[in-house]
Design a binder for this molecule. Structure first.
Ligand code: AMP
Length: 417
């Protein structure tokens, strides 16, 4: 038997209702915040991601699905959306003077990671990006959009972790101090952190290694190196969040993995997820549009992991057993009844009634068993008599009451009774 690729999952019909539910909330809340959907291809030229996410990040270094296509171009299945969205934003001239573009997206993403609970190689993200404002109010609007989605989904028990990486100037000043500190403890760091200390020192702060965490307790703190602009921005974001009664926790070690972030970064966490406790995150990326060949265009965005959201909602018992809702079951008796059964089914479907008819020429008993299993509200049996008179007996399943109608009158029958 051929199995699916490791780290990928089929979404089967009995769980699709969960996906439709979360997708409908993404659409609804995005619209309330006046965000418009953007869809891009699931693969891009590899340089879209290399030039933005950063060569020295785990995503680009280890996790991308990259291959040469038959024309010899290097192609990558998108590991995240921001870079692809910015590519599309520039290419389609979506940047207009003095305007803010508010976009959202939803779809599959691909990373070659070690699969475990809540970590897949093909997973889904919903995200939103607000491009064109350098101001803290856009940071807060985007955080509030994410927060509204969580609340509308019914997730209340999460933590918003907040930090600021400051502007490039502050970050450079901090990097010097951090490198100095890391140099002193370099022999005791984990192997991963030793490499990161050389290639991407800020990411050492993100280490999940217990010993590293202990060693980093005394590391210099980023905000101590902030200039006025960085300080103002961060304080303004915090004040606006307080104003809106959005609780948050400042986590000075939250740096997030990618190179393009500046100022505000944030993450949503939920204890139920275990070691993969983040179910969403984002940040400001003021330099990215320019880095990918556009004009200077400040922006901020976030992404939520849909598989992790579904795990949280399941843990909260949010999904009741979904009940099939079939309106009418049509049971043809014998092959002569098939044309009339088919015509009746067609009429009912044109009336937008969920209609099922037997496709396996089974006995009446077997068909009625299925009608019960499907929880049908009405059934129609089509036998010799019905064919002769072109009339039907419609049976209401809840109380067994029967109604006689002609094929022509079927359209007028009240199936809500
Ligand atoms: P990131 O783009 O890494 O900031 O991820 C944003 C969110 O996407 C995370 O908080 C997760 O919920 C989700 N996510 C990222 N990588 C994976 C993965 N390999 N499997 C499942 N969900 C993921």
């Amino acid at each position: 038997m051929i199995q699916s690729v490791r780290g990928t999952k089929d979404i089967l019909p009995d769980s699709i209702a969960k996906w439709h539910f979360v997708e409908s909330i993404f659409r609804k809340v995005s619209a309330i915040y006046a965000y418009k959907e953007l869809r891009t291809p699931i693969f891009e030229k590899t340089e879209v991601f290399c030039r933005s996410i950063g060569e020295q990040t785990d995503i680009v270094n280890k996790e991308m699905y990259t291959f040469n296509d038959k024309g010899g171009d290097s192609i990558t299945l998108r590991p995240e959306m921001t870079a692809a969205l910015v590519r599309s934003f520039i290419q389609n001239n979506l940047a207009t003077a003095n305007s803010v573009q508010k976009l959202w997206y939803y779809g599959p993403f691909f990373r070659y990671e070690r699969p475990q609970k809540g970590r897949l190689r093909q997973f889904h993200q919903y995200g939103a990006e607000c491009l064109g404002s350098p101001y803290p109010e856009s940071d807060v609007e985007i955080i509030m959009l994410a927060d509204s989605i969580c609340k509308t989904l019914g997730i209340a028990n999460y933590k918003l972790m907040l930090n600021s990486l400051g502007n490039a100037f502050s970050r450079e000043r901090y990097k010097t101090a951090l490198l100095h500190f890391l140099h002193k403890i370099k022999n005791e760091l984990s192997d991963d952190s030793k490499i990161r200390a050389k290639t991407n020192p800020l990411r050492v702060l993100d280490s999940k290694d217990e010993k590293d965490i202990k060693l980093l307790e005394n590391a210099p703190v980023l905000i101590d190196y902030f200039d006025e602009d960085s300080n103002d921005h961060f304080l303004h974001v915090q004040n606006l969040l307080k104003e809106n009664q959005i609780p948050f926790e400042i986590s000075s070690k939250l740096v997030r993995g990618l190179d393009y972030y500046s100022h505000t970064v944030f993450e949503f966490r939920n204890d139920y997820l275990g070691s993969q406790d983040a179910f969403g995150g984002g940040g400001r990326y003021d330099g990215l549009v320019e880095q990918l060949g556009g004009k200077h265009y400040p922006a901020i965005g976030f992404a939520l992991g849909v598989e992790r959201i579904i795990i949280i909602l399941e843990s909260l018992g949010m999904f009741a057993e979904s009940i099939e809702n079939t309106d009418v079951y049509i049971a043809p008796l014998g092959n002569e009844a098939l044309p009339l059964a088919s015509a009746a089914a067609q009429t009912l479907r044109q009336m937008e009634l969920v209609t099922v008819t037997d496709l396996n020429r089974r006995s009446l008993k077997a068909q009625m068993r299925e009608a019960n299993k499907l929880n049908c509200r009405f059934s129609i049996i089509i036998g010799e008599n019905e064919i002769k008179h072109r009339t039907f007996i419609i049976k209401r399943m809840s109380d067994g009451e029967q109604f006689e109608v002609t094929l022509n009158d079927l359209k007028q029958f009240d199936f809500t009774q």
